[in-house]
Design a binder for this molecule. Sequence first.
Ligand code: NAD
Ligand code: TYD
Length: 337
Amino acid sequence: MVEVLVTGGAGFIGSNFVRHALASRPDWRVTTLDKLTYAGRRENLHDVMDNPRHEFVHGDIADAGVSHPLVERSTFVVHFAAETHVDRSILAAGDFIRTDVEGTFVLLEAARRAGNLQRFVQISTDEVYGSVPTGASRETDELKPRNPYAASKAGADRLAYSYWATYGLPVIVTRASNNYGPYQFPEKVIPLFVTNAIDDIPVPLYGDGRNVRDWLHVDDHCRAIDLLIDKATDGEVYNIGGGNDVMNVDLTHRILKELGKPTSLIEPVADRPGHDRRYCLDTTKLRGLGWAPQVPFEDGLRQTVDWYRRNDWWWRPIKENDPAFKAYYKAQYDTRG
Ligand code: NAD
Ligand code: TYD
């Protein structure tokens, strides 16, 4: 059996990846290491918790006592664990530095000492390039992160690279664009707007709504990581983008149309400070290895909206019963007007 450690496997992308890996790799034994922050949920893994090839470990990547032995026994590490929400990083950046930078350092040190790892996949983000007014970011472009989340991810991205350049650790770095799909925490724009609109609650659109994101279905992201584990070259960076550049205002209209809700639910609110205008990725390098996104945005968005409609058991407890979520929502949106 091949031992694979997935950090942050109880989060949105991590849980989709764990499910994907168990289904597509019968020779893998997957260990999820997750701190279960507000964004990490056992429910995200409900259908694989009893799988004999999956083990769930509740712990902090930055706790060497927990993470070192797990890294030591692994052939591959896929490192998703992070604080991930830009708006939260603007309110308070400390956890982002602790987990995204220091936590990554602890894992890299473990991998360096273990010496038997075949691949360390550092899950980075397109946000490390900063805002790109025109054209598409290539892997060799300068990094210009502009918010604390993006900066903490850029730190981890380059720290991981340095462990390849300095110690020869078999690191690869992936930079994906905005993901969407099932089990995404309802603070991110798509699940927030969908679940608000289902309940006829206004959807808070930042600024002029003309910021552009390149949407990638989480299944296409998982397939890309899977392929890179076999085909990537150590020390290299790979962009993973869906090729679906959509303005937020258009995205909002599509969501409302899918749900049969009126556009009067759109509530223009104050912009996010330092709001990156546009992200766009050049994915030539990854496509050269044989990957292409398979989920057309229209289909993916419809399926995703439908998933939240059918699975309110998953998001209602967060939005309606969790005092921490309510406090966050208030802090984030009450001042936006
Ligand atoms: P998420 O917030 O849904 O999940 C993050 C997970 O990490 C949670 O389960 C949380 O409990 C866990 N975690 C946080 N701190 C931890 C710690 N100290 N120790 C152990 N576990 C910890 O995030 P996501 O959207 O699934 O993102 C996963 C990764 O992909 C992140 O590294 C993120 O930067 C990257 N990424 C996300 C997107 C996107 O659109 N969501 C795009 C590109 C890259
Ligand atoms: P988000 O889902 O937070 O992802 P990211 O900041 O990582 O791209 O936001 C996606 C886009 O949606 C971004 O341009 C900000 C915008 N947005 C809103 O307009 N309103 C909101 O309430 C949120 C959360 C995001």
